[in-house]
Design a protein around this ligand. Structure first.
Ligand SMILES: [Zn+2]
Ligand SMILES: [Zn+2]
Ligand SMILES: [Zn+2]
Length: 505
């Protein structure tokens, strides 16, 4: 595996000095303080910690070996070069970068921070997005899946007081002789939440097909939404804007466009739903990439109406399957929530960004099912047509996926059929994760250099790595413990400082 250069570089600005000597190897310690005590304690320990710093909190870092060179951009001259053999452990450590909290809490934290910044920049500007976006009409939308059978749920009355799950006066039973209602008030941690009242009545098959098709349903909805917004612009008398094409012809293009940022959240019942920010932008015919304010007459209510309309009308039928030759009808559920985002309402940009970022690090954990991709050897551990709710969902994926045209359901069985991305955005909505990662890389490199009196100069130098994959994970449990503890302490110091700062202002 060839390594991605820009993400490997940050921890690799290795200045000389006693804190940066390898832990092992012959004649390795030639620093200023050569006492054995120093060697056995501070120097090596801190040197090693400094070495693994960028990956210290990671549960399972990627280890790389090879050569890293610093090159003068202008002349191409080699300024410095180092091989990982000269470094502690003979390797460099790179964080695994996993988004999921259940897999790597530390990397998920970084991802969540990036997701927050990304979503927020789309609402307030910053990171290269113009500040004027803060005044664009924007709505926060939640689109849910339809019902596939009654599940245990938490409900409350208008005053927010908890009320029974599914109260019924009649004593009706389902064909499997189970009560059709539920008088219980479920606590937050009740494992019954999200599970069907009757597992045999529940349509697990339709649900995994819905999960599987949700990205297509979203795609069609976003197209319908755009059409609706364009039609509304016409009604409002907003003229189409002239644009000169490459061939010199003039054509008229729609005066507004939509930008989206969205996350998929897996609900307890094992079905995804979407939280999306929909922002209205103007169109600059001379610069299609520019993000500019839309015409004033187009308000947030127009936008909200378009979302409600699209969510209620978009529907399609899937291809047939031997299990259902006429195909499944795919629509959104009846619960569609659309709220304006504004700086001083109850749906603020910070709140929305925090909410989306939180869900971006989750997956199927809430359903009680956490697994890696499943295959013929592992499927029996997780799938059971007569088992628990998640086991039946996975079984439905595997069974439907046996058909040639539905194989992707097997590939995504561990996601209960959902094969989409958990966080996506349209091109112009905001910055990318890549930009945020690169910004962090540059900052870290600058920081490391400054600490040792070498001002970093990213303008004039280029760092090139020829690195190959050496392995995954820490070498020993002790290493993992040391690195993770140091990272946790650093984080704590950082958080304390931030809280003190926040309290001071
Ligand atoms: Zn990690
Ligand atoms: Zn219940
Ligand atoms: Zn039943």
């Amino acid at each position: 595996m060839a390594a991605d250069l820009t993400t490997v570089v940050p921890g690799q600005a290795y200045p000389s000095g006693p804190g940066h000597r390898p832990v092992t190897g012959p004649g390795v310690f030639v620093g200023r303080d050569e006492s054995a005590f120093h060697l056995a304690t501070t120097a090596d320990y801190f040197g090693w910690l400094e070495h693994v710093k960028t990956a210290a909190g990671c549960s399972r870092p990627v280890r790389l070996t090879g050569e890293i060179a610093t090159i003068d951009r202008a002349t191409g001259r080699l300024l410095a070069s180092i091989t990982t053999a000269e470094l502690p452990d003979g390797e460099i450590y790179k964080p695994c970068g996993n988004r999921r909290h259940a897999v790597c809490p530390s990397c998920a934290r970084t991802y969540q921070r990036d997701a927050y910044q990304l979503v927020r920049a789309g609402l307030t500007g910053g990171k290269g997005i113009p500040d004027t976006v803060a005044a664009h009409p924007a709505v926060f939308v939640t689109l849910t899946a339809p019902s596939f059978g009654p599940v245990h749920t938490q409900r409350s009355d208008r005053k927010g007081r908890p009320i029974p799950c599914r109260p019924r006066r009649d004593a009706l039973h389902c064909p499997h002789r189970l009560p059709a209602g539920c008088q219980r008030v479920h606590a937050d941690d009740d494992p019954a939440l999200g599970t069907p009242l009757c597992l045999d009545c529940y349509d697990h098959t339709a649900q995994v097909v819905w999960n599987h098709t949700a990205p297509e349903l979203w795609r069609r909805t976003s197209i319908a939404l755009t059409r609706h917004v364009h039609a509304r612009a016409r009604t409002l008398g907003i003229g189409w804007v002239p644009q000169v094409t490459d061939t010199g012809r003039t054509r008229r293009i729609p005066p507004v466009r939509l930008s989206f940022g969205k996350v998929a959240e897996m609900q307890r019942r094992g079905v995804v739903h979407y939280h999306a920010i929909v922002r209205l932008d103007g169109v600059d015919p001379t610069d299609p990439a520019a993000v500019i304010p839309p015409p004033d007459v187009f308000g947030v209510d127009d936008l909200a109406a378009a979302v409600t309309h699209a969510a209620a009308t978009v529907a399609f039928t899937t291809a047939g399957h031997p299990a259902n030759p006429t195909g499944w009808r795919i629509t959104w559920g009846a619960q569609v929530d659309t709220r304006p985002v504004n700086a001083d309402g109850d749906i603020t940009d910070g709140k929305v960004a925090g909410y989306l970022a939180k869900y971006a690090t989750k997956s199927t954990e809430t359903t009680g099912h956490v697994s890696r991709r499943l295959d013929g050897d592992t499927i029996d551990l997780y799938a059971n047509p007569h088992g628990t709710h998640p086991e039946r969902l996975i079984d439905a994926c595997w069974t439907l996926g046996a058909h040639r045209d539905w194989q992707r359901l097997r590939r995504w069985a561990h996601m209960l059929g959902f094969g989409g991305h958990f966080l996506t955005k349209s091109r112009r909505y905001s910055v990318t994760f890549r930009i945020l990662r690169d910004a962090r890389t540059i900052w870290r490199r600058t920081e490391t250099h400054h600490q040792h009196g070498h001002p970093a100069d990213d303008e004039t130098t280029l760092i090139v790595g020829l690195l190959t994959y050496a392995g995954s994970g820490w070498h020993t449990t002790g290493d993992a413990l040391l690195a993770n503890t140091a990272a946790a302490m650093a984080r704590e110091r950082h958080d304390t400082a931030r809280h003190e700062l926040a309290a001071a202002v």
